[in-house]
Design a protein around this ligand. Structure first.
Ligand code: SAH
Ligand code: SF4
Ligand code: F3S
Length: 458
């Protein structure tokens, strides 16, 4: 914190983040926008002058959570004598707009994912009780241009959004409606942000996008030429001093090009981990989902990725109970999982989202069938995750130390495969990369012992 920040009276800020990593990134950037206005984070909403709910619209449950949280906040706002300002940001804000204020009048502000740079102006409007309380325009590049260049980050691993929005229109998904059309930031802009992160001690960057491998950002001004792909961007960021690890999330099978796959093999900073959502193993369902790829396409990508980087850890997303899904379709998904072998995965029951094509399809699957399929699928995925973690015992891996452990003397960090690893060591190692030998594993984490600390710390 610099001296001008310290001089201003602190106002309490509490941001609750739901949904994906892009919301996590956006919440951080909202803190950056509000810092110069004297807002400092507090531990809970009851101490806050401004509460922001950064929301997710992806499944019905996620959306309902927002309304129940707003009910709680309304009581706190009343108890504060109206001092608390309540803002709703994120994808529910984009999708519901004014309806949010109608349903919960305690809400002061509604702003969509492209409007965060306008927060100070909107807060001023609320305090003067004039002007619009709703901002849901789609101006992605303006957002990135207008957000403060300086970021304050906590810890050695950071997110960096490089692409927003989606043009794929999978028939189950709200993202193309809540985040708008696909847009990439320029390489110069991204590199400037990455350098700033490195200067603050960040050693691992996860490049984010709803469709991150569809990235096609303007080439560096000095080089000109055609737009860059994600593979080119990763290779370039790998050259920034201090950045030892690069990840990206989330990818689409249709955009998994050969150069990006090759980068996993020839760029040591690229972590051996790929999150590639497939959703289903049935070609019939994949077609109805408008995914634009088959199960065989997915297997072919995985074959190529493993050829480039044999030890790659794989993650994916699955939906069970999409309209029309039969037992046979579901078995095809189970087969795909058995044939591939995942290090970890996310799986969901299909949730009917108003306004999406699948919501109107025939053959909606009964809830109890969805439940049974999800249980079977998750049990298989849990077994695979446990097996993957156990296969790491005896190996020595580079662990980026991210924090203190639960027990005194213990610290923890992330393996190249994103696993949580606990081991004994001093707190002074936080932010460094340690060489750790794995001695025990469970479904969710590994335990290790430190062998050495890498000397080339930034
Ligand atoms: N852009 C990413 C994922 C975005 S949403 C991609 O294309 O893969 C994250 C995950 O939520 C999706 O991969 C999907 O598995 C799940 N999801 C999206 N809409 C859903 C719905 N209506 N019901 C259940 N799960 C859904
Ligand atoms: Fe949603 Fe499909 Fe776009 Fe992913 S690719 S964000 S699942 S529409
Ligand atoms: Fe949710 Fe929006 Fe992300 S709907 S998953 S917060 S893009």
């Amino acid at each position: 914190m610099n001296s001008t920040d310290a001089a201003k009276p602190a106002k309490g800020l509490f941001i609750r983040t739901y949904g994906c990593q892009m919301n996590v990134y956006d919440s951080e950037r909202m803190r950056d926008v509000l810092r110069p206005l004297g807002y400092a984070p507090v531990d809970g909403p009851e101490d806050a002058d401004l509460v922001v709910l950064n929301t997710c619209h992806i499944r019905e449950k996620a959306t309902e959570k927002v309304y129940s949280e707003l009910g709680q906040l309304k009581k706190m706002k009343e108890a504060s004598g109206g001092r608390m300002t309540i803002a709703v940001a994120g994808c529910v804000a984009q999708a519901e707009g004014e309806e949010l204020i109608r349903r919960q009048p305690a809400v002061d502000l509604v702003l969509g994912p492209q409007a965060y740079h306008k927060l100070p102006e909107m807060i001023a409007r609320v305090s003067r009780a004039v002007g619009d309380r709703l901002e849901t325009e789609f101006e992605t590049l303006e957002k990135f241009d207008a957000l403060p260049k300086a970021r304050e980050v906590d810890g050695p691993a950071a997110f960096l959004s490089v692409q927003e929005g989606c043009d794929k229109f999978c028939t189950f998904c709200v993202v193309p409606y809540t985040r708008g059309a696909e847009l990439s930031r320029s390489v110069d802009d991204i590199v400037a942000e990455a350098r700033g992160l490195a200067a603050q001690g960040v050693r691992e960057i996860t490049l984010l996008g709803q469709n991150v491998n569809a990235f096609h950002g303007a080439a560096p001004a000095l080089e000109g030429g055609a737009d860059w792909t994600l593979g080119q961007l990763c290779r370039h960021i790998a050259k920034i001093g201090g950045i030892d690890r690069i990840r990206y999330s989330t990818s689409h099978p249709r955009d998994m090009d050969d150069d990006l796959i090759a980068a996993h093999g020839d760029t040591s900073a690229m972590m051996p981990f790929l999150h590639l959502p497939v959703q289903s193993g049935s070609d019939r369902i994949l077609k109805a989902m408008n995914r634009g790829h088959t199960a065989a396409d997915f297997h072919e990508i995985i074959r190529k990725v493993r050829a480039a980087r044999p030890d790659i850890g794989l993650a994916s997303d699955f939906i069970v109970g999409f309209p029309g899904e039969t037992d046979e379709d579901f078995e095809a998904t189970m087969d795909l999982i058995r044939q591939t072998g995942f290090a970890t995965a996310y799986s969901f029951k299909y949730s009917r989202r108003p306004g999406t094509p699948a919501a109107e399809m025939h053959g909606q699957v009964p809830e109890d069938v969805k439940d049974a399929r999800l249980q079977a699928l998750q049990s298989l995925l849990r077994d695979q995750q446990t097996t993957f973690n156990a296969s790491c015992i005896g190996r020595t891996m580079d662990i980026l130390v991210t924090g203190k452990g639960r027990r005194p003397g213990q610290i923890h960090g992330r393996s190249p495969y994103q696993q949580a690893v606990h081991f004994e060591g001093p707190e002074s190692m936080i932010g460094q990369i340690a060489s750790v030998r794995m001695i025990d594993s469970s479904m969710n984490s590994l335990t290790g012992e430190c062998v050495s600390v890498r000397e080339d710390a930034a």
